[in-house]
Design a binder for this molecule. Structure first.
Ligand SMILES: NC(=O)c1ccc[n+]([C@@H]2O[C@H](COP(=O)([O-])OP(=O)(O)OC[C@H]3O[C@@H](n4cnc5c(N)ncnc54)[C@H](OP(=O)(O)O)[C@@H]3O)[C@@H](O)[C@H]2O)c1
Length: 347
């Protein structure tokens, strides 16, 4: 094996094109670590924010980007038990967060600490999850479980767990929402997808057959529609992707006592017209719960379900592990034309 590998870093973070290629040593795993040959990396909205210094949390200098990797173990530290060469694995978003809330917001891969945009990564075995034999998902699908997957899982099961027969509304057709849709359907929920695009909703209908679709551009008061679709009750679980610009509609759509998972901040809003979220939430007895991805134990549970149920996820496009292709993948994600995930495959 060559001792050098290709690694990508952001020496400056003003544009996606700042991504630079380096040849660096392949790390030697410490006794409690495994060395992973990365096979696929999934790109998140967060990665585009990190690249342009728009991520609202700390980013280390000269960071290796990327939080989501799936690959194969090629070397095992001498104190590691339970892993072997050849195991297919994924790595938890925050290697230090095994359970419970985050200790801080700086330990996420590809932000506060170096990420996974490399051919090889060494990681503590305690942050690594083995994929059960026979799981049908591709490396790209598996990588996609790490950030948006655990975020969706945490939203549905991290507080008041989703139960069969309840309803789930996901905003938009991006990575977090499409993963949550698959999980909600697997749980027997009534599912509602909103999108800016009828074309996207048509594709989502064909791929995943959600119960209902609403175009939030054509129907700006999508909350009233969602309440109607749930027989007047309102929605039990909403994944809030828009943020301040959509929270008023989410609270209007939520059932009395329902859970709104506060995840994204993509919607435009007028600072002069910020809703009185506290009063609105009070009126609905709603749980508004901030989500920071989730701990490794949630990735364990997610992998178990996804493997046993052989759930499949939408990968819109796979790019190659070259600087130009990765920049193109970032641009593709930022354009918002995708449904589900955009990934990089690594030779
Ligand atoms: N807190 C966390 O732990 C966490 C974890 C993951 C992601 N996030 C955040 O969640 C957001 C989504 O991330 P992602 O990786 O899933 O993004 P993504 O794959 O890029 O998906 C973005 C999608 O959001 C939809 N969208 C945009 N504006 C919207 C609006 N006003 N109302 C409803 N939907 C809207 C669009 O869907 P349509 O084109 O179909 O309308 C768009 O395609 C980002 O803000 C990201 O930073 C947070």
């Amino acid at each position: 094996m060559s001792q050098q590998q290709t690694v990508f870093r952001f020496p400056t973070r003003n544009a996606f094109e700042d991504l630079a290629t380096f040849q660096e040593d392949i790390p030697t795993p410490a006794s409690h670590e495994v060395l992973i040959k990365v096979r696929a990396i999934s790109i998140n909205s967060r990665d585009t924010q990190v690249a342009t210094s728009n991520y609202p949390f700390y980013i280390k200098d000269n960071v290796i980007p990327g939080s989501d990797a799936a690959g194969d173990i090629v070397e095992v530290g001498d104190a590691v038990r339970g892993f072997a060469k050849g195991d297919r694995v994924v790595v938890s978003f925050d290697n230090t967060r095994l359970y419970g809330p985050a200790n801080d917001v700086i330990s996420g891969q590809g932000g506060g600490v170096d990420g996974v945009m490399a051919q090889y990564i060494a990681r503590s075995a305690s942050a690594v999850v083995k994929i059960p034999a026979g799981s049908p998902q591709s490396y790209s699908e598996l990588a996609s479980l790490v950030c948006t997957g655990v975020t969706a899982w945490n939203s549905l099961y991290g507080n008041n767990p989703l139960i069969a027969g309840q309803s789930v509304l996901v905003q938009g057709t991006g990575g977090t929402s499409m993963t949550a849709l698959v999980l909600a359907k697997a749980a027997g929920a009534t599912t509602i997808v909103t999108s800016s695009s009828d074309e996207k909703l048509k594709v989502v209908k064909e791929l995943f057959n959600p119960d209902y679709c609403i175009n939030y551009t054509k129907t700006p008061d999508w909350a009233s529609e969602a309440v109607k679709l749930t027989g007047g009750k309102g929605v039990d679980h909403i994944l809030e992707i828009g943020g301040v610009g959509t929270i008023e509609q989410s609270i209007a759509a939520i059932a009395q006592g329902g859970v709104i998972s506060i995840i994204g901040y993509l919607a435009k809003y007028d600072p002069a017209r910020v809703p009185n979220v506290l009063l609105l939430a009070l009126g609905k007895e709603a749980v508004l719960r901030g989500i920071q991805i989730g701990p490794k134990c949630m990735l364990d549970d997610l992998v178990t379900l996804v493997s046993r149920q052989k759930l499949r996820f939408q990968i819109e496009k796979e790019y190659a592990f070259t600087r130009d292709d990765i920049v193109a993948a970032y641009n593709d994600l930022a354009s918002g034309k995708h449904i589900g995930k955009i990934c990089i495959t690594v030779e």
